[in-house]
Design a binder for this molecule. Sequence first.
Ligand code: MG
Length: 398
Amino acid sequence: MKTVSLVGSTGSIGTQAAEVIAGAPDRYRVVALGAATSVDALARQARELRPERVALADASRAAELAAALPAGVELLAGPEALAEIATLADVVVNGVVGFAGLPVTLAALCSGRRLALANKESLIAGGPVVQAARQTPGAEIIPVDSEHCAVHQCLRALLGEKDMSALPHPPAMPVRRIVLTASGGPFRGRHKRSLAEVTVADALAHPTWKMGPKITVDSSTLMNKGLEVIEAHELFGVGYDAIDVVVHPQSVVHSMVETTDGATLAQLSLPDMRLPIGYALAYPDRLDTPFGVIDWSRLGSLDFEEPDREAFPCLDLAYSAGRQGGAAPAWLNGANEVAVAAFLDGRIRWVDIPAVISEALDDYNASVPGTVADVLDADLAGRDRALSAVERRSSALR
Ligand code: MG
């Protein structure tokens, strides 16, 4: 029986993880749940899953949650609470949204836990600091992001189990490149000119994946794919020139690994996050029951095309920040979070998102982060520059 801590338990990843666990009650037991502010959903989950502890980041609502929890469940509240429950289980699922997931990632790794990582922002922004924490004995990252889960499975097939623990510096990996697939989002095939007036509802209408709003907007700009390029670099130790992106609208091929002799390994499955979640929980085993299987007789064609880098400039902004390294990914990520929030609030247009990030990156001047404080500084500076760029644009819109 593996114990599991679900951090960000009320979000899209957290609720799907709870479903996966409910399907294998003899293998997994949830010992801790945590969320930022969703008191009602958290109380409901606590009544269903009966964890030992529940964490709420928003301390101002602790009394309200305490009143709704079943007897005997310990409540932790405050900004440190989510990181606290990330030290308590065999597997920690980090499904927190955005940069706020960094303390959870670090707490899980520093306490030598398996981190089932859905929160890509913590790895991207905190790169050098997270890599150091990853060296803690017992610590490992199993990616829950579907593309990276696919690459993990392909590399595992190539390298064998024992080498997976040595990532991101495995011995003599016979890999020529990693190819990440992108659905292309709701605006695939649209010309740059036609994207000036798209609405929030348009951006949230993802064609293949059901996800939270932040990642869905990132998906529409291709920033999600750009962040995933950095994530792949951090996870697998592969250089940026050896990471490519191809648009694949069906979201059935979840990513590919090309070997030095020109063979390609790919992982295919239906677009359902419960597979990567179950993979990260069960690794090195596999879950016994699938969440849907491909019907080859009805699948039809699988299409692949080049991403449109002019209509979706966020992809190259991310490559550029990744290649700069140091704190540039943290700066980029902070700026993106501000730009996406401003778009969702109706303060800027969709086409302003890359412009805001690009302006923020023009001011990049941080050094390589050695501590969490350095990462926080870079994140704040990126946010600060992006906020100024948003202000200039939203006053022009008024
Ligand atoms: Mg993904």
